[in-house]
Write a protein that binds this ligand. Structure first.
Ligand code: AMP
Ligand code: MG
Length: 338
């Protein structure tokens, strides 16, 4: 078997195609990424896959150059095996198979959701956290119980990020809408420090330990149609949606007896949800952690990191079992490394 001692990670579950690296000690290095930004409408899986296909060589060269590496310095190739959009996952898996076969180095398919947890644990030095995973397609509250990361609560319909992006799109704001909503909400509350949520009533997205965001999306759009300002609706939408996530996370902490909360996923870039998590954790004499933003959004480095961990635990993926799984669940993966 040939190869050096860097692990390459390839992320392609949805809108973002990203290559990342960890070194021989599993230390992460920044990814090289490119995200599809449709001019109008949502992400089309085939178009996103074409984008990924077109960029694979460029991003591979860029990631090697970022650390002055040659292909022969790569000792293993990790990729997102699922969950995600089929056509996008297939491009990432094909590129990973090609590089691993060409270099004659091990291939390892990993669980995207678990990768978010592991990069967060590494970056924030968390031992055994409850993860609040808030991304475009996923919204889950996860904790490790009996050898697996268990989903204690999750969205029953769309991910919180998709909800924010859809609301933004209805206002003519292009993808990704989350950061723009954050900006409008912040400006609104700075200009109206005494604003209350009353008057801007929105459905509360909690369903037991689960969440559901399609009702709040429709209701927020109605508020706009009734003439409420964009800033007031953005603020109110964030307050309701984030409070719901934080409430479920708090109950997960209470039930599991854990004392660390870890944020992950693109929506975890938002300062307001970070602040709400800090307040809740402080109240419970617990701690709240959020990785640097480049490791919250989808990134190849987290895939490299989990690949590195799993390879060191003796798992690798044969070509025959390297097919993707769009519906891979967080709790399908046995956590053997802790
Ligand atoms: P991911 O699916 O994890 O790559 O994250 C992408 C999602 O994160 C998109 O839905 C974005 O709108 C959302 N996002 C990124 N930054 C922010 C932010 N500052 N506030 C809210 N949502 C955000
Ligand atoms: Mg993600």
């Amino acid at each position: 078997m040939a190869g050096g001692n860097w692990t390459l990670g390839i992320e392609s579950t949805a809108h973002t195609f990203s290559f990342g690296l960890v070194n021989s000690s599993g230390i992460p290095f920044p990814s090289m990424s490119d995200t599809v930004k449709p001019l109008e409408g949502g992400i089309h899986p085939r178009e996103a896959a074409d984008h990924h296909r077109d960029l694979s060589a460029v991003l591979f060269h860029k990631i090697l150059k970022s650390q002055n590496l040659n292909p022969k310095d790569i000792g293993a190739v990790a990729y997102s095996q699922g969950p995600g959009l089929g056509p996008c996952l297939r491009i990432g898996a094909s590129v990973a198979r090609t590089i691993s076969s060409m270099l004659d180095v091990p291939l390892i398919g990993v669980n995207h959701c678990v990768a978010h947890i592991e990069i967060g644990r590494q970056q924030c030095d968390c031992e055994d956290p409850v993860l609040l995973y808030v991304s475009g397609g996923n919204t889950q509250v996860i904790a490790k119980l009996q050898g697996k990361y268990r989903v204690l609560g999750e969205t029953l319909d769309i991910g919180i990020g998709n909800m924010l992006d859809k609301f933004a799109r209805q206002q003519g704001i292009p993808f990704p809408g989350g950061p723009v909503i954050e900006k409008h909400a912040l400006e609104f509350i700075q200009n109206n420090p005494n604003a209350t949520l009353e008057g801007l009533e929105l459905p509360y997205p909690v369903r037991g330990m689960d969440l559901a965001f399609s009702g709040i999306l429709t209701a927020a759009q109605r508020l706009i149609e009734k003439g409420h300002s964009l800033g007031s609706v953005c603020w109110s939408l964030q307050e309701h949606a984030f409070a719901a996530c934080v409430e479920v996370a708090e109950r997960a902490l209470a039930h599991s007896g854990k004392t660390e909360l870890l944020l992950g996923g693109g929506v975890a870039c938002n300062n307001r949800i970070r602040e709400m998590c800090n307040l809740m954790a402080k109240d419970r004499e617990s701690t709240s952690h959020a990785p640097p933003r480049m490791y919250c959004i989808d990134n190849g480095t987290m895939i490299a990191r989990l690949g590195y961990i799993e390879l060191n635990n003796g798992r690798k993926t044969s070509l025959g079992s390297s097919g993707i799984n769009q519906y891979l669940r967080t709790d399908d993966t046995l956590v053997t490394w802790q």
